[in-house]
Design a protein around this ligand. Sequence first.
Ligand code: ATR
Length: 295
Amino acid sequence: MEINKSITGKTKLIGLIGNPIEHTISPQLHNTISGMLDIKLTYVPFRVNPEDLEYAVKGLKALNFLGFNVTVPYKKDVMKYLDENTREALLMGAVNTVKNIDGTLYGYNTDAEGFSRSFKEEAGTGFRDKTVLLIGAGGAARSIAVKIAFEGAKKLYIANRTLKKAQELASLINENVKYLASSLSYEDKDFFDIFYKSDIIINTTSAGMYPNISESPVDLNTCRFNSNQIVYDVIYNPLKTRFLSEAEKNGCKIINGLGMLLYQGIAAYEIWTGVKLPEDFVRDLCNLFKSEFLA
Ligand code: ATR
């Protein structure tokens, strides 16, 4: 028999609110980090019904949680219950990380930070002076577009099935960050040329995600990749979508969304604790979780 000392009166708590939350790997990620670094911090998920969102936020604050993550479908709605949101989060229209500092709740978006860090780690380059084609104009695209614009891309094309949403996102970027975005539809006469010539192509749509693995956001019989391109897909299930397979066949560097998932969590952990996780540790942690996913 052994006394379980993993949680004590001094343990700090971090929550996760979303719906559903049954398949999240965030508790495993955060509790592994805490365990390995011997930080007294425990991460617990909560499924919250839409009518209870405000009470859940107030409850976490009342219970002195150090912070919490927010996942689908509350990343936008949670913002109105927080005391302050960062400028980036306001532009992205979404918060996924909240820190409680002496009863004041601060909202951040680490999804985009996770995207950016994983991209640089795996591609070995950033967005400065690059021409980027973003496929999709939903919530994920908005966070990524804002980040890429802040990080000095030369040109940002936003293509979407529904053109109006691409136009709105391009305007948001041009008016609030930097004038570099243009919108287009997949039927646009320039689309294939832009697709072929962009330095970086990013799929932010859910097309191709399990169980619809035969789907692709664009027609792969007509779109051509070139071997100098870096092609990123935010999807991580499956690890290699049809879109990425086709890009790989054409010699492109391909990156899936697993790194984004891990790095958004690492960035959140750093915000809550103020501890910058050592690079070697982060690399080992990512490899551990990636091997778990491959198993
Ligand atoms: P998320 O927060 O994951 O980005 P979202 O805000 O609902 O989710 O956005 C989904 C994006 O994927 C949109 O750009 C959507 O295109 P529409 O705006 O035309 O709906 C895109 N999308 C979803 N399924 C798609 C499919 N099968 N083919 C092409 N685009 C798709």
